[in-house]
Ligand binder design. Sequence first.
Ligand SMILES: Nc1ncnc2c1ncn2[C@@H]1O[C@H](COP(=O)(O)OP(=O)(O)OP(=O)(O)O)[C@@H](O)[C@H]1O
Length: 309
Amino acid sequence: METILNVKGLTKSFGPKKAVDGISLSVIRGEVMGLLGPNGAGKTTAIRMIMGILTPDAGEICFNFGGRPQQLDKGKIGYLPEERGLYDDARVIENLLYLADLKGRPAREARREALQWLERLDLGDYADQKLEKLSKGMQQKVQFIASILHRPELVLFDEPFSGLDPVNQDFFKEIIRELQDGGTTVLLSAHQMNLVEELCDSIFLINHGREVLSGKLQAIKESYKEHLVELRYNPAEESGFLKKIPGLRILREQPGLAVMRYSGSAGINALLQEFGSRLTVSTITVEKPPLHEIFIETVRERGEDIEVA
Ligand SMILES: Nc1ncnc2c1ncn2[C@@H]1O[C@H](COP(=O)(O)OP(=O)(O)OP(=O)(O)O)[C@@H](O)[C@H]1O
């Protein structure tokens, strides 16, 4: 698999604070990678170093466009910064065309596509408005368009969902999937892990500037020891035996329903067989815990605390 971005030993301190502490990651061409962690974990600092805005204290950053290792080429990269980087007193369309021009996109194409994007993101009527007239969420949408208008091979979205309502969050997710389908590689940062986990092929979980977990999301979930189990059964039946099963913890229970966590050594199949042999089961769902719970548990197991900015 070809990597498009390789980062090794990236480190940055602000005074005594180690904001990023020796992280190494590789983004594979065509994937969506989530750089995930709580507020203040070091995500923005890492992205700013990758974008050449901050100089690392140590570490290497290498891009790979067209099969050749190379340094930063902003024409091939899209960047949605956490802080907005647009001109408030310029019109929306001027902002977009100016940035597309800086990245080398021909003006006519850029205008046509900018207007299409504005239309699609419900901003068609705002193209000639000054940016300052738009709400925070609308400005976020303009910034989003600005980051992809030059058709970059790699896009870095720093907290792309901030300031958006749930409908627009879903809309952004849809567009990110479309970008991926079109061959764009995406590295996105977010603190709301549950919001983005379904989007990501790979994740890099960060806390106090250090890696907590990284790799393919599916593999991380599969290797996680605990299952979440929701069992529905005939409410007239006796379920007291559940409390005695090793490794089974009941989170919520009422006649006919038990929501549980299971990490027993007998394994999930044995557990399901036991349910089937002792109860008239109507439905069972088994899934892995959400990513933020895996994150919290992993940090806790290491005896660390969770970054609070
Ligand atoms: N310019 C700076 N000067 C001093 N400290 C800084 C600076 N930039 C970041 N920090 C500190 O570095 C740490 C990491 O911050 P960073 O913004 O990278 O975190 P983050 O994971 O992006 O958080 P958030 O989700 O809140 O954006 C924090 O403790 C922050 O206070």
